[in-house]
Design a protein. Structure first.
Length: 333
């Protein structure tokens, strides 16, 4: 069931503030000195390597540094979190002296009729949601942000003259370029670090192959711990709303079946574990990963959930720890 993420469309270079028509050269010696264009290219490359920076937004935050450290540790490089020459060379980003190995970091995308068909009002009321056929995106800009693994704020930066709230089929918009991802065939184990909110992808020798950022239980003491197994991998899962897990919802007193869709509470993928009601899944709010808590499951952005679901299968071991020794090695803490 291995499946790589696909590059969407042909590359088209455009001129926008902070970006140029040249192809991306290597990142500066440290992220603080890099341009937004350079960071966006670095993020897309790390994501393709299976070391997710969370969002492709061109901002050098802690998630990007953690992803960079994970790549460095995997490749046998010092996990500094800085894009030194050896790291850039291993990533194929080229050196400061030239653009060899570089790729475009943005392209122009034309909004399609199919995009428009994936947009519909999503009611806040749970009963109303249960009556919908599918839970779709609320706006075209939110669809495009998710489609290109970015944020609506980044789309606004890339398109300063566009009115994102009035997009329609046929409109052109500048978006990040996605790279084709490595699909690790030797994945044998998943490890979840509760304190650092990280999911580690490991091979049979427990060597790091990839890293994803996640949300964990709002109250960490509610999280399951120990060794589990993947028992199911479901695309476009439905969700069972149980009011006992939603004390703030007082107007519903029975279980409801919530339809599938990108704005389902469990997003586009469900990776069920052999603990009742516990799984790794997507989310309707990708920008909140690592910031808000779950009821005990492990949330990923929809695109990271789709990626993880493509490289795991039932039977794979999942180890849930307060602190993973692998994360200790890549952070030095």
């Amino acid at each position: 069931m291995v499946r790589a993420r696909i590059i969407l469309g042909a590359l088209c270079l455009v001129t926008i503030p902070g970006f140029t028509t040249e192809r991306a050269t290597a990142p500066a010696r440290d992220l603080e000195g890099a341009s937004r264009r350079e960071i966006l290219g670095l993020q897309a490359t790390l994501e393709a390597e299976g070391c997710s920076p969370g969002l492709l937004d061109g901002l050098a935050g802690p998630k990007t540094r953690t992803a960079l450290r994970a790549f460095q540790l995997r490749e046998g490089l010092p996990p500094t979190g800085s894009p030194d020459a050896a790291t850039r060379r291993r990533l194929g980003l080229g050196l400061e002296t030239g653009p060899e190995g570089s790729e475009a970091v943005v392209k122009r995308y034309t909004v399609t009729r199919e995009d428009e068909q994936q947009v519909a009002y999503c009611p806040p009321d749970w009963v109303e949601r249960s009556l919908r056929e599918k839970l779709l995106y609320s706006t075209l800009s939110s669809l495009l942000a998710e489609k290109f693994h970015t944020t609506q704020r980044c789309l606004a930066f890339l398109n300063p003259d566009a009115e994102l709230t009035s997009l329609k089929a046929g409109d052109g918009i500048v978006v990040p370029v996605l790279r084709e991802s490595k699909a690790w065939r030797e994945v044998e184990e998943i490890e979840i670090d509760l304190e650092r909110k990280l999911i580690l992808i490991l091979d049979g020798l427990r060597h790091l192959r990839g890293l994803l950022h996640c949300s964990v239980a709002r109250n960490i003491t509610d999280s399951v711990r120990g060794e589990c197994r993947v028992i199911t991998v479901v695309a476009n899962p439905e969700y069972t709303f149980d009011p006992k897990y939603w004390p703030a919802v007082t107007e519903v007193n029975q279980k409801l079946s919530i339809p599938a869709g990108p704005r389902s509470p469990v997003g586009l993928r469900w990776i069920g574990l052999d603990r009742p009601g516990v799984g790794i899944h997507g989310t309707p709010e990708p920008e909140n990963i690592g910031k808000t808590g779950s009821h005990g499951c492990f949330r990923l952005t929809n695109w990271d959930a789709v990626y993880l679901a493509s490289i795991v299968s039932p039977g794979i071991r999942v180890r849930i720890l307060d602190r993973s020794p692998v994360v200790d090695r890549l952070t030095g803490k």
